[in-house]
Design a binder for this molecule. Sequence first.
Ligand code: SF4
Length: 234
Amino acid sequence: MAEESRAVESKARRIYDQLLEEYGEPEWKPSSSGFEQLIQTILSANTNDRNSGKAFEMLKERFAGDWDAVRIAPLEEIKDAIRVAGMYNQKAPHIVETLEILYSEEGTYSLEHVRDMAPAAAQTYLQRFPGVGHKTASIVLLFSYGMAAFPVDTHVQRVTQRLGMSGRRTSAEKIKALWEEMLPAETYFCLHVNLIRHGRTVCQARTPRCAICVLQDECNYNMRLGDWEGTPPD
Ligand code: SF4
């Protein structure tokens, strides 16, 4: 068992190294405050970065950056401001509820207090907010605070499954736990960004470009059969 887990860890390390060589090391710098990242991530569900970014800017512009004003505004006004992000009937109440929680518990619209929490406790804390699952919580922790959390989106999930680092149908949340067990925290940001790059440009959902893939030797996916050889179905 120990030998098996050593083999898996060393495969994880090779994948990390090969992606690093291919795409380089992305620079980590805090993208925005954790609070703003949380609101932006709520807005980003089921839309692209451009639309969610636009919705965030429009929300700030409409209320002149006054989050108190957003909290007490009629829901229809908030929906109108974030319309471009889609799903505004769900996203607007989620934003208001988030503001209500922070206002009543912290008296301020900030998540700076999560810096003092252990990563697992911070993850659980953030997942109390409406519409926040493991991915959003991990993004806030990793991107805003550089904390040990590995976000798993659809690209990371697909590439991980094809490589045989998880079962074929392993959930995103389980995959998050697997990578966090296999590699040290200092690799999370780089691996997360590079797996997404790889999923977008090479290991695409419908037609993976296996012939040019640097991970061919590590991969369980058989392009000819369109199946995951040797990867447990879960
Ligand atoms: S070999 Fe193909 S399926 Fe495997 S990671 Fe590369 S592109 Fe994806």
